[in-house]
Design a protein around this ligand. Sequence first.
Ligand SMILES: *[C@@H]1O[C@H](CO)[C@@H](O)[C@H](O)[C@H]1NC(C)=O
Ligand SMILES: [Zn+2]
Length: 999
Amino acid sequence: MFKRVLYLLLLLLFTLLCEAAILRDSEQSSSKTCGYESCIKVDPNKLNVHIVPHSHDDVGWLKTVDQYYYGSRSLTQKAGVQYIIDSVIEALRRDPARKFIYVETAFLWKWWQRQDEKTKEEVKQLVNEGRLEIIGGAWSMNDEATTHYQSIIDHSTWGFRRLNDTLGECARPKIGWQIDPFGHSREQASLFAQFGFDGMFFGRLDFQDKYKRLKEKTAEFLWKASSSLGEKAYLFSVALFNNYSPPPGFCFDVLCSDDPLIDDPGSPDNNIEARIKVFYNYTMYQSRFYQTNNIIITMGGDFTYQQSEMYFMNLDKLIRYTNKIYGSEVNVFYSTPSCYLKSLNEAQISWPSKSDDFFPYSSDPHAFWTGFFTSRPTLKFFERMGNNFLQITKQLSVLSSQMDSEGLIHFKEAMGVMQHHDAVTGTEKQHVAADYARLLSASFAYGTEIVSKAVSQMVKKNPQIPDAEFHSCLLLNISSCVITESSGNFVVTLYNPASQPTSTYIRVPVTGNAYNVSDNSGSEIVTQLLPVPQFVRQTPGRNSNSTKELVFFAEIPPLGYRSFYVTELGELTAEEGEEMKPASVSAIENDLYTVSVNQAGNVVVKWKNMTLQVTQSFHYYEGMKGNNTAFAYRASGAYIFRPKESNVYNVSYSGSYKFYTGPVVNELHLTVNSYISQVVRVYKEEQKVEFDWVVGPIPIQDSIGREIITKYSSNLQSDGTFYTDSNGREMIKRRRNYRPSWNVTLEEPIAGNYYPVTAKIYLEDVEKKVRVSLLNDRAQGGTSMLDGELEVMLHRRLLNDDAFGVGEALNETAFGYGLVARGSHSLIAGRIQDLAGVALQEKTEAISLALRPWYLFTPAGGVTFHQWKARYFMKGSSLKSKLSKNVHILTLEPWKDDTILLRLEHLFEKDEAGALSQSATVNLLDLFANIEIISVRETSLGGNQWIEQMKRLQWQIDSNEVDDQPYTFTSINKTEEGAMEVVLNSMEIRTFIMTVKHT
Ligand SMILES: *[C@@H]1O[C@H](CO)[C@@H](O)[C@H](O)[C@H]1NC(C)=O
Ligand SMILES: [Zn+2]
């Protein structure tokens, strides 16, 4: 008896020891088997079929982010991300052969926070073993047409940071997974390469392009994503065969209705041989269109895997039986995009290349996804302002050492959500758009708190002085601000987030009759009062007494602030009285050009030093009504732009106009008709003409709706060519009715010529050597349908859905009326010989639109100007020395512990701006006035890998295609004089994590 007990005890002990040993083994191996090392060896003599289970989880679309996470509103869509991740982990646990990829860090993080330690460890283990692979990894799967590069970098960085902090190094994404965005930008590919990614998979490209690529086996290629960065921006890219769906008939998800695989030999429903044959045939068919003996098969879809076992159990069988029956020809196995990529890389063949982009995207001859470039114009502007204020919040967090702030994290995450391909795009349901706005508006409140605190700290002359309050006025875009309207005297402080001094025309809504403004020196500034136009005053929802705007010019120091004390005067001077009255002139002008209005109500701008005239006019398209029963019956909607019969209609002029002149600015207030009006501004010393447009409520009595555009027509010969930006960064050449990589047939001659204009569109006359550029304040669609003419879509209101899933017409209303949008265009013209001059003007304007100085208001109460000046600094900069004009501080944000993240960028392309395109050297120690840099380490663009560890797969390009110079990296140079120098080549961005001390 005793013996037996002892024996049992020994046995138990032995088992325990063994288990411990096994555990240790797997722990040891776990740290080494993620990434390419976890990949199964492919068979060189067979077709290798990489089965990739995945779930496409939109960060909001038909439901809000939270509704998708928790799975509420299941009648709208049966989708709950918490169930997906839970059940995937469970399914992976069951069988080590199974693999899964996860993409959206917004959801993964939400889920992670709600798990116990045991689950977290288990998930880490799965990641370490390469069974759960994180790809993409940004906060959301961002859109590529309407997003700004600064925001793409930011939300990717934040996603990567969360991944590294929680799951560790094995969770560092190596692959871009852009399977659903509606077309693909070159800048996105360039950024991916700079994140250290080895490749990118995508689903949506023009159907004609896709057909040709499959036919010619060029759906896998090397994307040369920057003409300035060369090899540094090469990205291997894969156009997927069947978007991101499984082969027809093989969706085993609970959301699908395809039959399961039934292998019971006795069952009359046994279907195994027949189904496996279909699958085998499909793999053979797909392989005909790709170059190697590998194919990737995506097994998943929107919100699939809520009951993972159902999918996996059938995939297990699919793999087992296909190998069993057709094993001499095919090798089927669970894989990941990175293992697929590795097998292509090892194939040792050369690949074709591409250097344009994938816009516009059309899914059928009548469906050009070019409407979303403009859809929801006010949400698009709010998003852009979100970036503007987020950068300010980040900078001021660093500059005032508010390093750990929950508010800032909320703000970053809200902006990450906004980048999603159904958020900033405007292709979500109305209630979801409202939820995005709610999220972002909460972030503005967090930001304001941080910014006020920082500025009140910064301006105090000594610590005993009471804090002054600094308030944001978030309704300045409708000329409304409670503080300026309700305080007689007030202080307006502007913070400039740009790295160069910004010259700006400060504009504050007021109610009084006359004002006097003093700057830091105490001298009175030249000001001007202008009426707020009636068409702005009547904006639905505007609840303001301001009838005037006080305008004055100032230069704000870089990364710095400047305050102005505004005193209300009792008496109106004679001049101010005059300024408020329309001037009896027939044109307004400055040294460079004159602005007048023609009989059709169009604005005519005539340059004085060039034979250039630009006429600006408004027009509209009528959407195709369509019932979506066939391609030819598509309706214009949130995604697609499809004008009826390709007609553009003139807006008939039924309004009136007035000119106002004064010492600061001359303005044209033009009402075109009942729903279109604008202010055109001519500043004394500015090259730009500013068009401040107001559009809405767009009439819908015709039950169709309208898409409103503006055209700038010039006498330039642009030869069918124009240029649009890629995510606000490099420019891409466009030609009307043309695609660089295939012979295009356009059945939609207008929509098919629309391109995303995130920041800029221009055209040139090579003979006259003149360029006309237009810069905008939010993403819009644009084109050039006639030589010399730029066209931009401003606003859309449509009563039909275009049947791409959103299920609602794009009919935005606010305060009981059709939505009114207000925005601005800056028109700049210049000579091409003076490349540096024009390019610098444009860049300066682009920065002043994207990174505007932020207005902060303080009611003066009883504090006089002299008292204010005695207590508070009225001007300051955090830059230690002037930066070269081609260098910009792209990011300055608190990182972890005592570190900050700094990004420096070179602003110009290789041949864009003469001397300014040359490389620049920056001494890091010379950057900040009150921050001492203790140590610096450079990282990849996403901040998640030390630069010296960043190694990317190398690919060979087809020999007949010209290769760029290899990219040469220069590390930080510590000079003998004690400087820390970094070199920035044209278009380069470099990222540093620095340990700092505030002095
Ligand atoms: C990633 O996280 C690990 C563990 O916290 C840390 O040691 C490492 O420095 C991080 N990597 C980067 C590039 O920040
Ligand atoms: Zn999607």
